[in-house]
Design a protein around this ligand. Sequence first.
Ligand SMILES: O=C(O)CCC(=O)C(=O)O
Ligand SMILES: [Fe+2]
Length: 341
Amino acid sequence: MSTVLTTVPVLDMSTARNADGSFDEDFITALRDAAHRVGFFQITGFGAPDGTTQNLLKTLADFFALPVEQKLKLDNRSSAQFRGYTRLGAEITRGRADSREQIDYGPEREVLSEIPADAPYLNLQGPNQWPAEFPQLENVAMDWATLMNQVGSELLSALAVGLGLPQEYFAEPFDHAPAWMGKLVHYVGGGIVPEAGTQGVGAHADYGFITLLLQDSVGGLQVQPYGQDEWIEVAPIEGALVVNIGEMLEVATNGYLMATIHRVTAPPAGVDRYSVPFFYSPRLDSVISPVPLPAKLAADARGVSDDPENPMLASYGANVLKGWLRAHPQTAQKHYPSLLK
Ligand SMILES: O=C(O)CCC(=O)C(=O)O
Ligand SMILES: [Fe+2]
């Protein structure tokens, strides 16, 4: 008999390690349980200096208040890396427009000069697009990414330990040039993007390893744990991060950890919502092999979701490019016409 889950667990990261530096057993058990049963949890105590989250959200609100012509100078349709600004209604999830505008960004790197035909995802390495006349956006966003990479690394070490593996088990694919992705998002009140209806962002799973999300106090994020019809609201907690498991960890653990489906309902008319998802991700060329789970955990692995609309790929680069092509059809048509069906 299973019980319907109605809330997502909250964990305090400051209790993750004992005084001697080893991981705390109770923390590890609670983390594994949350990641297995729900695939979503919130964390407090992750080391953000005072005022960081408020300042980030305020800077986002100021940026998105700029005239659309100014934001369109950063149009992501000009970026083969899908970086920069996506205007309202242009992103598509589950075949429908989302009620959000956003900036996508990642590690600032040179584009690669030679890309093998069987690795088109290597085109995702390249530069960001930032507003020169609003430099604080780049500063706060890049500082946030530095902190999120630290938190992501620590959580992935703790998850490895929870799976009975050495803490550095997942670390190698993150060495050298990890392809993390940051998003700065503004959801607009219902009605502003009529074709979106009440969809803030449609139901989806995230592609990478671990997503770390800062949300403001408006709410609207909902998750659907494995095997449950009911959606759970992720109630905003000031200064906390929402954490969820991405498809790479679902594939690697044969579904012991789950890339749980989630969505955002558009805020009510006249209300704005801001959020900052961060996708802690490995190198584009990494391929994730199955994890040797202890028998007790392997017995609880549920297999990998079999959604014909969303095949999960063990190649990180291929999995992430698949997601970009689907979500940004105009950018895809311009830069990757031969990859579209
Ligand atoms: O804004 C949120 O609360 C969630 C966004 C999200 O799920 C995503 O961008 O992948
Ligand atoms: Fe997501």
